[in-house]
Every structure is written in structure tokens, then in C-alpha cells.
Design a binder for this molecule. Sequence first.
Ligand SMILES: Nc1ncnc2c1ncn2[C@@H]1O[C@H](COP(=O)(O)OP(=O)(O)OP(=O)(O)O)[C@@H](O)[C@H]1O
Ligand SMILES: [Mg+2]
Length: 310
Amino acid sequence: MGFQGIHAIEKYLNRIESFDKSKCCKHNAKNSTVRFTLGKTVHYEAYWGLKVAPFENVPDSKFYFPSQKHEEGLHRLLYGVEARKGAVLLTGEVGCGKTTLSRLFVQHLSQDRYDIALIANPSVDAQEFLGEVLYQLGVTATGSKLDRLHKLNEHLLDNLRRKKETIVLIDEAQTVKDDVVFEELRLLLNFQLNDQFLLTLILLGQPELNARINAIEPFAQRVAIRFHLTAFDLQETIRYIEFRLKVAGGDQRPIFSSEAIEALFQSSKGVPRVINTLADLSLLSGFLEKKAQVDAAVVTRIIADHTLGG
Ligand SMILES: Nc1ncnc2c1ncn2[C@@H]1O[C@H](COP(=O)(O)OP(=O)(O)OP(=O)(O)O)[C@@H](O)[C@H]1O
Ligand SMILES: [Mg+2]
């Protein structure tokens, strides 16, 4: 199959978001041809001297790159919990690492000392929301709302007696449909003993979450810590790419030329999720073309396909 054919298939795959490209083609290293076999997995890793795929879009803490921004965000979350600050708000541009940070944050907290309700899909109504918080904390409660709030209060006091901190962490908080849910959250902060909060509320979400919370003055005033996560700059993008290649088992050879990284940065605007997608496809393309290095030409073509496909 000629390069045009391969290129056409890549383009096609780019356009079908849900299609797992890794399952559709296979490189035959012996005779340097590329065979496309449905159901077989293509491995570009070995070609680039890597042990595992370096740019998977999953919040895997093994691949966590401790950029200054991410570290600051993480430490604000930890500080918010340790200093019992009540509510912490972490916003950030789409795909910049909020969920990744939250996973890492939870891993930092020992299960003996922390009781964590992790709510990843908060787009439910207010009644269901309280139910979800209770469920995540392992509290069985039925009956009226007041009954359920009493149960929650008992659980929080129990945790206090057992020297356990209670945390309610809500990811994707911008998807909360009804502001009544924010009202419910504010009520959760009213659980206090001797002016001490009985739980820490952590909200993660896209930038519009800020405006929604600011519009609810009594809630906004209770948010003691805020942090906004932004995309990487060029230097961070360079280090991010190098870091992930190293974690993937890379042998330090410069797989991407500096021009290729510059092009990745320009197109992704330093957003890690986009860097991952483009870098992964560039590695695949460079491998199929048997390049010694992923150069700017490869990346530029991937970007063009991606823009067309998107
Ligand atoms: N500091 C980091 N180190 C390593 N990988 C990262 C980092 N930040 C982000 N990523 C990568 O970028 C991908 C997207 O990040 P994540 O899902 O955490 O973003 P998000 O801010 O939660 O996005 P959304 O706004 O869509 O919820 C992750 O799957 C991860 O692979
Ligand atoms: Mg997320």
C-alpha cells in the first residue's frame, strides 16, 4: 500500500472519533511494508524505542507531569483540606488537567484519615444530588430531606470523632443544571462545630463555573481558595512531551524535532489533551512513513487532517 493509501486511512480514522485506530493496522517490520488487518493492533512504540504508548488521553498518575501550574493547583487543594478551609474552587480551561489533578489529589490522601465522596457526574437535580453525596459517603438514608440531612450530620460528627476528614469533591461542576444544587452545597457548608467546618467541599470545573458561583453571593463568599489552571507555554510543552516520552520508556533520543514540537504547541495552544492527540497521531504517521524523527512536515499534516476532520 502506498503512502497515499495509508494517509487516506489515517484521515478516515481521524474523522471517526470513536474508532480505535490502534486496532486496525499492523506494521510488518521484516519487509518494511504496512499491512492493514482489522482486529490487529499497530505498535509504533517499539519503532520509536518506547515501551508503552506515551500520549494516551487518560488521567494516569504515572504520566502526571508536575508542571508548576499543576503542582500549585494540587497544593491548594491539599491546603484547603488540611487547613479546613470549607470550600475550594479549581477552574481550568478544557483539557488542561483538572480531572488528572483530582485523581492525584485523592491518591495523596490516605483512606484512614479521609472519607471522600467523589461525584463525577453532577448533572442531576437537587434531590438526587443529596442522595448521591450520601451514597458516596456510604450513608444509608431514606425519608424526608430533613431526615437525610440529619443522617449526614451524624456521619460527619462520627468522622470527626474518628479523626477523619470528610471531603465532597465534585468534578465537572459546570454541568450542574440547576442553581438549587449550589444552594444545597452551601447548606452542606453549614455543617459546623465550634466554627469548624465538618466537611471540605471541592469544586472542579470549566471557566464558566466561576461566573455561576460568583452570581450566588452567599456561596461565593464561602469559597476560601480558588485556583485557575491554564494551558502550558512553549517551554512547558517541550518538557511535557519529553517527560511523557521518558515515562513511556524512551531512551532519550529526540523523537520530535524542535520544529515539530513548536508546531504542536502552536496548534494545541499548550492544552495537554490536544497535545496528546496530535503527538500520538504524529508518532503513528512518522512510523508508517519510516521517518527517523517526527519532523514539522509530519505534524503539520496531522494538524491539517485534524482541523479538517474536526
Ligand atoms: N499535568 C499533566 N500531566 C500529564 N498529563 C496531563 C496533565 N494534565 C493533563 N494531562 C493529560 O491531558 C488529558 C486531559 O486532562 P484532563 O482530563 O485532566 O483535563 P480536564 O481539565 O479535566 O478537562 P475537561 O475540562 O474536559 O474536564 C489527560 O487525560 C492527561 O492525559
Ligand atoms: Mg475533567
